[in-house]
Ligand binder design. Structure first.
Ligand code: NAD
Length: 482
């Protein structure tokens, strides 16, 4: 029996007019029915959020903090169940959801529950005029929060937590492919005593449900994480309405590996940065630049390690589960086909190695082996387009100057990793990279106080304690003559 997901509006679960199928990527079977919310249904949700705004925006910071803490505590108690459902919905290994996705969702609430207790605002005294100026952070109103399928709970909570912590209300639309844990989270909101209408959730596809949210005149700010194409569309649609926008978009991230690096650590971490969550993380490494002196050794060791990774039933002890959908699997496959056509070398993975799926239930799942491609030109689509799957290209380079130029030769600018023991070089290269985050000798080590976001086609805006405060509030200067 499929799970039937409801919308959550004004503190209550409500049945929808229409439903769409949600597939378990590891089996290819229907496993949940998701509302495909209409314009009328979104309008009701926006009205509930608007109605709740006055009450919520005037609660004390201490009270909001307590509720967010409670949400975190309740979510943490159900970590195991959330992790299992996240895996069934998305295809990722249960172990990954247990160790990364759900704990981070808990932490998102805890982080903003506490960071709001420490907000300071600027204050000046104009000596000659005898005036005091101070800045008030004012919640903006009803936020539209739209999230993707790759890290469902991790990302939807990264939006909801700051949004409500800073006093806004919201209408949330999770991805139509992964809505089940977001639906479960609404029960946590109820149990934690979040007042009705503060968070409203409407499920559905982008063109039908998302489109109503982004165009709605009573939604003055949109926080969106997803593809660059949809992000650009949101910019176009909202331009006439001067909405506040935060856009976290695609990536095509480079790893730059110098001869003097700690190669063992570099290989282990680059394997993780390439293939975690089946390569379906916006921060995953996609282009690996290796200095020529260690190029052959790197390929040999990296390919050998890639072949050791276990792919299969996400409920078992595997490194990679299933890709999100049949359509996405075909997209990822088409890049390997392109590599073949362009005469590149497929060192390991799809079409070269055998996929071994012992559990017959998984025979129609969307599995893909970690695939390593070499002998590819920088201008190829393989090096320019976001693949968003377990496929990486490795290319050689000679000098520091050359690799900086080549790594920046890309329309995306989300993140990069730099591997060297020479700290001077690490600094020089990091400072020249056209990306929002550079990790040197590590990957995905995150301090939520630090700004997160992309340059170029990877987005607009940053997220962190202070950056999210800037986004989710308006700054008002109040001048008092004394
Ligand atoms: P997507 O753009 O197709 O969809 C993202 C969300 O937008 C979904 O909820 C979808 O229903 C909705 N949407 C689609 N069309 C819409 C419309 N016309 N109006 C309003 N909403 C609409 O992206 P996806 O395939 O779900 O996610 C993968 C993409 O997300 C990749 O490009 C990845 O790099 C990116 N991503 C970026 C970050 C980041 O922090 N920069 C994080 C995770 C994922």
């Amino acid at each position: 029996m499929a799970v039937v997901v409801s919308n959550f509006v004004n503190g209550e679960f409500v049945a929808a007019q229409d439903y769409i199928d949600s597939i378990n990527p590891a089996t290819g079977e229907l496993w949940a029915k998701i509302p495909n919310s209409t314009e009328d249904e979104v309008n009701v949700a926006v009205a509930a959020a608007k109605n709740a705004f006055e009450g919520w925006s005037t609660t004390t910071i201490q009270d909001r903090s307590k509720i967010l803490q409670k949400i975190a505590d309740l979510l943490e108690k159900e970590l195991k169940e959330f992790a299992e459902v996240e895996s069934r919905d998305q295809g990722k290994p249960v172990s990954l959801a247990t160790n990364i996705d759900i704990p981070r969702a808990v932490y998102n609430f805890r982080f903003f529950a506490t960071s709001i207790l420490h907000i300071k605002s600027d204050c000046t005294f104009l000596d000659g005029a005898g005036a005091v100026n101070y800045v008030q952070h004012v919640p903006v109103g009803v936020a539209g929060l739209i999230s993707p399928w790759n890290l469902p709970m991790y990302l939807v909570t990264w939006k909801i937590a700051p949004c409500i912590a800073f006093g806004n209300t919201c209408v949330v639309k999770p991805s139509e492919m992964t809505s089940v844990t977001a639906f479960m989270l609404c029960k946590v909101f109820q149990d934690a005593g979040l007042p009705p209408g503060v968070v409203n959730m409407v499920c559905g596809t982008g063109p039908r449900t998302g489109e109503v949210i982004i165009r709605h005149p009573d939604v003055p700010l949109i926080s969106f994480t997803g593809s660059t194409a949809v992000g650009r569309h949101i910019q176009e649609v909202t331009a006439p309405n001067t909405k506040k926008l935060s856009l976290e978009l695609g990536g095509k991230n480079a790893a730059i590996i110098f001869e003097d690096c700690d190669l063992a650590n570099c290989i282990t971490t680059t394997l993780r940065s390439s293939f975690t969550n089946q390569g379906e993380v916006c921060l995953c490494t996609s282009r690996i630049f290796v200095q020529e002196g260690i190029y052959s050794e790197f390929i040999q060791r990296f390919v050998e390690a890639s072949r050791q990774l276990k792919v299969g039933d996400p409920t078992t002890n595997v490194n990679l589960g299933a890709l999100i959908s049949a359509q996405h699997l075909n997209k990822v496959k088409s890049f390997v086909e392109l590599a073949r056509k362009e005469g590149a070398t497929i060192q390991c993975g799809q079409g070269v190695d055998q996929l071994n799926l012992p559990n017959p239930e998984n025979k129609n799942g969307y599995f893909f082996l970690p695939t390593v491609i070499t002998n590819v030109s920088d201008s190829s689509e393989l090096m320019q387009s976001e693949i968003f799957g377990p496929v990486v290209c490795i290319v050689p380079f000679t000098s520091e100057q050359e690799v900086i130029k080549r790594a920046n030769n890309c329309r995306y600018g989300l993140c990069a990793t730099v591997w060297t023991k020479d700290l001077g070089r690490a600094q020089r290269v990091a400072r020249k990279m056209e990306v929002g985050t550079v990790w040197t000798n590590c990957w995905l080590v995150r301090d939520l106080n630090m700004p997160f976001g992309g340059m170029k086609d990877s987005g607009i805006g940053r997220e962190s304690a202070t950056d999210s405060l800037e986004f989710f509030t308006e700054k008002k200067t109040i001048c008092m003559m004394i």
